[in-house]
Design a protein around this ligand. Structure first.
Ligand code: MN
Length: 142
């Protein structure tokens, strides 16, 4: 089982390769707000565990195992974003909230949330009821 930190790294590597065609240690470090040295350490562990191949001067490539997990993690992230958006969470909170919960839900819960999203999308009257509840809704000071 990959740890939350391993998941974060694989997710970012997958996204970077998808968007730029490559993932550099410095870009991963910046995306995750951690030191490049700790990314290097993690990348070596992910190499050892078979998620990617890391060659110091040639960069890194995800193995089929890493690609499969990366794709799942990115899907999970966007599914949770979609869910929070649908239930009316403020846009500026969504990313951080998802980062906070995504590693701690079982795939069973994720599947149930996916089903709930489907029901909500097919029945917009539920969304309207939620919106009505929210009308004047000051947040407690944070
Ligand atoms: Mn994420």
């Amino acid at each position: 089982m990959p740890t939350p930190s391993m998941e974060d790294h694989i997710e970012q590597i997958y996204l970077l390769i998808d968007q730029k065609g490559y993932a550099r240690v410095s870009d991963i470090a910046e995306a995750l707000s951690v030191l490049p040295s700790s990314v290097t350490k993690m990348v070596q562990k992910l190499d050892k565990d078979g998620y990617l191949i890391y060659e110091r001067y040639r960069g890194l490539t995800l193995t089929p195992k890493g690609l499969k997990l990366g794709e799942r993690l990115v899907k999970r992230h966007s599914l949770l974003e979609q869910f929070l958006r649908l239930i009316g969470v403020d846009e500026e909170r969504i990313y951080n909230d998802v980062e906070g919960i995504e590693h701690h839900l079982s795939w069973n819960s994720i599947e149930c949330i996916a089903d709930l999203i489907q029901v909500l999308e097919e029945n917009p009257e539920f969304i309207h009821k939620l919106e009505e509840l929210k009308e004047p809704h000051p947040h407690p000071s944070e």
